[in-house]
Design a protein around this ligand. Structure first.
Ligand code: UT7
Length: 332
């Protein structure tokens, strides 16, 4: 039987135009550029403005760009998975709305919620359908309008997040390229440290929940920070050891962009120099499901066929994991 790997064969992204700078944030809450740059490493982030525009708007823009760039007709797509924690609506799935907006009619589609690990969780699910030979073209899109759940009166969380979407096309290959392994974990203890208090079935929205600002991100920053550093580093090193990869063998680490100090700690544990780490947190902040594909998109022209790449993420849940892939194409 032919053995297929799932390879990323194209990538596109959408960034909203509006740039929210640290200086503008410091007019909204008691903060400043120096604190945000030192403690987090973010200079600015993009914000989606516009009445009625949600994550599907950005996701559809990214998917449409991906279809155009890869000369793919929407009818050819077999499956579309959207990773998001900011769906347009509780239901239907944002993936369904993106498919509708982009003319994808011969596919089934659904959402995955794994917070900041959403993209690598979705990629891992998507790759199964390609590896088993069932599907030829699968799209994974990470889309999050984090500004819709960010409390811009809370200085502890509002500098962190931004809005964006990015999408990849997965296709089968018989070469030793593409996604070679994935290690994923969850630990529900994370609920206590990072969640949204109301608006779900456990605590539906009421006037009181809105007044109490319970429809925004609740985060215990220090606890999340400690977990993120140790788990992201552990799972990245676990992947390196499993495949006998040393730092020299790796072309790139693509870390989730939550905090520059977390990224540095993970790279250090892996023995990687900074030149091998994709970092764009200063420009976009934490865009949750979009951070990792957004990096791949920005660095696409520097990636070469056969490059060993580790993707690594940690997020609410808690969820975390790493993906090992060999890049499948040279710059076009
Ligand atoms: O994507 C996955 C999920 N999220 C994460 O990975 C985030 C993980 N956590 C973090 O990145 C960090 O914990 C934060 C960036 C959220 C906070 O940084 P920290 O170094 O842990 O700061 P802290 O919460 O311990 O606060 C230190 C001080 C406090 O003042 P006092 O009590 O020492 O006087 C805060 O009130 O900094 C103060 N502070 C601020 N000062 C200026 C908190 N936020 C701000 C702010 N500007 N924006």
């Amino acid at each position: 039987m032919t053995k297929f790997n799932a390879a990323i064969t194209g990538i596109a992204a959408y960034l909203p135009e509006y740039i929210l700078t640290n200086d503008e944030l410091s007019l909204m809450v008691d903060t400043n550029d120096e604190w945000i740059m030192t403690r987090i490493g973010i200079k600015e982030r993009r914000i989606l403005k516009g009445e009625g525009l949600g994550s599907s708007f950005m996701g559809a823009e990214a998917v449409a760009a991906l279809l155009a760039k890869t000369n793919t007709r929407p009818e050819e797509i077999d499956l579309l998975i959207c990773a998001t924690v900011t769906p347009d609506h509780a239901f239907p799935a944002t993936a369904n709305i993106i498919s509708e907006k982009t003319g994808i009619k011969n596919a089934f589609s659904f959402d995955i919620n794994a917070a900041c690990s959403g993209f690598i969780f979705a990629l891992t699910v998507a790759m199964q359908f390609v590896e088993n030979g069932k599907f030829k073209k699968v799209i994974v899109v990470g889309a999050d309008k984090m500004s819709s759940i960010t409390d811009y009166t809370d200085r502890a969380t509002c500098p962190l997040f931004g809005d964006a979407a990015s999408a990849v096309l997965l296709e089968p290959t018989t070469e030793n390229l593409g996604i070679l392994d994935s290690i994923l974990y969850t630990d529900g203890v994370g609920f206590n440290h990072l969640h949204m208090k109301a608006g779900g079935s456990a605590k539906p929205s009421t006037h009181a929940t809105v007044d109490a600002r319970e429809h925004y991100i609740y985060q215990e920053g220090q606890a999340v920070f400690k977990w993120a550093v140790s788990k992201m580093a552990d799972v990245s090193v676990e992947m390196m050891e499993k495949h006998n990869l040393s730092a020299v063998d790796l072309a790139w680490l693509v870390p989730h962009q939550a905090n520059l100090r977390i990224i540095d700690a993970v790279a250090n544990r892996m023995g990687l120099s900074k030149e091998k780490v994709m970092i764009n947190i200063h420009k976009y902040g934490n865009t949750t499901s979009a951070t990792i594909p957004l990096c791949l998109w920005e660095w696409e022209n520097q990636l070469h066929k056969g490059d060993n790449i580790i993707l690594s993420a940690f997020g609410g849940g808690f969820t975390w994991g790493s993906v090992y892939l060999k890049w499948a194409y040279d710059p076009k």
